[in-house]
Design a binder for this molecule. Sequence first.
Ligand SMILES: *Cc1c(COP(=O)(O)O)cnc(C)c1O
Length: 380
Amino acid sequence: MFNLQMVDLKRQYEKIKPEIDAAIQNVLNSTAFIGGPDIHAFAKELAEYVGVKHCIPCANGTDALQIALMALGLEPGDEVITPSFTYIATVEVVALLRLKPVFVDVDADTFTMNADSLKKAITPKTKAIIPVHLYGQCANMDAILAIAKEHNIPVIEDNAQAIGGSYTFADGTTKKTGAMGTISTTSFFPSKNLGCYGDGGAMFTNDDELAEKLKMIANHGQKVRYYHEMVGCNSRLDSIQAAILRIKLRHLDEYCDARRAVADYYDNAFKNNAHIVTPFRAAYSHHVFHQYTLQLKNVDRDEVSRLLTERKIPNMLYYPVPSHKQKMLEAFGGAEYQLPTTDMLQECVISLPIHTEFAEEELAYIVKNVNEVIDELTKA
Ligand SMILES: *Cc1c(COP(=O)(O)O)cnc(C)c1O
């Protein structure tokens, strides 16, 4: 009946096609494929948008995290605290750099780093904390930043899922996600809230020295060409992606509003279903709904997922296996970890389609099917 997708990039592109096509053609005409003027303009515009002094584009969100950790000058074996309940990239880069990932639990309502769990995980070897603004909701930054400050530990915000969101501190000041950490990182993977048409990422900081270092590491450790001061890597955003992102950045707030409107629709439609817990919206956070993720109660989540797929209703489990249970990371924990909320969420979360281009009939159709499937499975 409908051709539903988790994310509809085609309809979004069609709406801005003339602008995008012209921007791409402009790069083609210039042949400045790497390091052209769009890169610098985009970095400046995005830094202004987020409210941070420096934005350093790079090849993807995973590289952004890796380079951020490299810039902090950590030693092998240093501990880095992350939530287990995140996309694997957050943790993978820690292990890749021979650092030690230390996993903490998340809050059952916001799905983001739990402050008590963080407090207990800190040791003299803790050298970085990476909160993740999961699904578009900002982590509890008042608590996290206070703990980090007390122990003088840098914070890297993994803002891959929440660009455009914001956080209001207890004192009333509001900052955009990505503007609060020592360094923050994001991804422009096509399905992210600010997505390009390939791979891309960026790092942000207010610290001039760190900015210089991030830039050097992303460029083979050089400031002056062919004079390499430190071991780095090759991580660039290309000019075509930057040109696309400059246009999409102008639409970002409108895209976030469209996602929030979809979330409102779903929230309202599911509010009387006793088997569904709709996403919590923390008062301190402007949630930008990268994902719309339900918790299912007293119904077999995997069966719900299977039956929805049978009915051609796209749905995803983000994430079926938390980091501390991944084979890749078995050297770093596994059974020794007690993360009850993470375990609980692993069993009950399911994400529904969310994007910027829905027609109301499509949402109604999704909701009807979700409610029907749950009814079917819970009828006595
Ligand atoms: C997408 C994502 C990343 C990685 O971004 P890529 O551009 O795919 O490398 C990192 N962390 C989180 C939380 C993400 O969702």
